[in-house]
Write a protein that binds this ligand. Sequence first.
Ligand code: ATP
Ligand code: MG
Length: 154
Amino acid sequence: SKVNLTELITNIMDGFEPLFLSDGKILLDDLAKDVFVYGDSDRLNQVLVNILSNALKYTDEGDSVEVVLREKKKTAEIIIKDNGIGIEKKDIPYVFERFYRSDLSRNRSTGGKGIGLTITRSLVEAHQGTIEVESESGKGTTMTIILPLYTAPE
Ligand code: ATP
Ligand code: MG
């Protein structure tokens, strides 16, 4: 069905805000109004929750995370950018693989199974979308999700 991504992201961020605050982290948003896609809101919710959970887990006190939503041509573009621990170059090709966790993330007290991004990518692809990662060790990580915009049936 028709999903208002702006509202969906706003609600998820409202849920995450206290977690960021209590860790001394900053959560920012820049969301275009009324961006609609076609899909399953529970699954799209899961996509955002997974990415924001990573952003929370792989940043330190004083770090920030920004979520941008905008329309670009016929697509909705969601960018989640953090300035956390980043991902080493050698690990980047594998982060969407099942059970893969980088050494940097293993060394942290917060655990994980290494399946969040595997699920995330299949959910995005089930919506005819793409997800890409850009990252630099020690600098931060940017996840970009592109989904087709909702178009009214003829
Ligand atoms: P799970 O999500 O299953 O609890 P996880 O967070 O370790 O565990 P994924 O979400 O699949 O697993 O992410 C895979 C790996 O990619 C992580 O272990 C981490 O090494 C790296 N990663 C993902 N997001 C980030 C990020 N924002 N910053 C740094 N590293 C990241
Ligand atoms: Mg995860």
